[in-house]
Design a protein around this ligand. Structure first.
Ligand code: ZN
Length: 151
């Protein structure tokens, strides 16, 4: 089922998502909905916040297969690299964001089994972007001019 993608200004994008306690049919259906919604919008990733659900679930597909992770935790490695990112919740905006070039990610898969994966490049970037969403962080928060204006 397609779900409506929430855009900037919706408080759900600024709220921390809750841990998933049990990976059940509801969670699996939600993952399927998120994948369908992400593909329909030609996105490479989506977090549950973006479809209005405050659960710690992300989906990513940067062209090398689908990854769905429940309760993701990231260990970042290496000095940050800056590259422009877009976001389905911020249509038309591109923001340079510094991200770790390599990460290790732990969480649960759609069967509730422990999952560990290593990622680099665009895949690592997309995973970090989606985990940010679960913590209420948007790419526009990385805009440097905002910091300058505050001085
Ligand atoms: Zn996004």
């Amino acid at each position: 089922m397609l779900r409506r993608i929430r855009t900037d200004g919706d408080p759900v994008l600024r709220t921390c998502a809750r841990e998933v306690k049990e990976v059940d049919e509801y969670v699996r259906r939600l993952i399927d909905d998120m994948l369908e919604t992400m593909r329909a919008a030609s996105g490479v990733g989506l977090a549950a916040n973006q479809v209005g659900l405050l659960r710690r679930i992300i989906v990513v597909d940067v062209g090398a297969g689908v990854v769905a992770v429940i309760n993701p935790e990231i260990t970042a490695c290496g000095e940050g690299e800056k590259a422009e990112e877009g976001c389905l919740s911020l249509p038309g905006q591109r923001v340079p964001v510094k991200r770790a070039p390599r990460i290790e990610l732990r969480g649960l898969d759609r069967d509730g089994q422990p999952l560990v994966l290593s990622a680099e490049g665009l895949f690592a970037r997309a995973l970090q972007h989606e985990v940010d969403h679960l913590n209420g962080i948007l790419i526009k928060d990385y805009r440097e001019e905002w910091i300058v204006r505050d001085e």
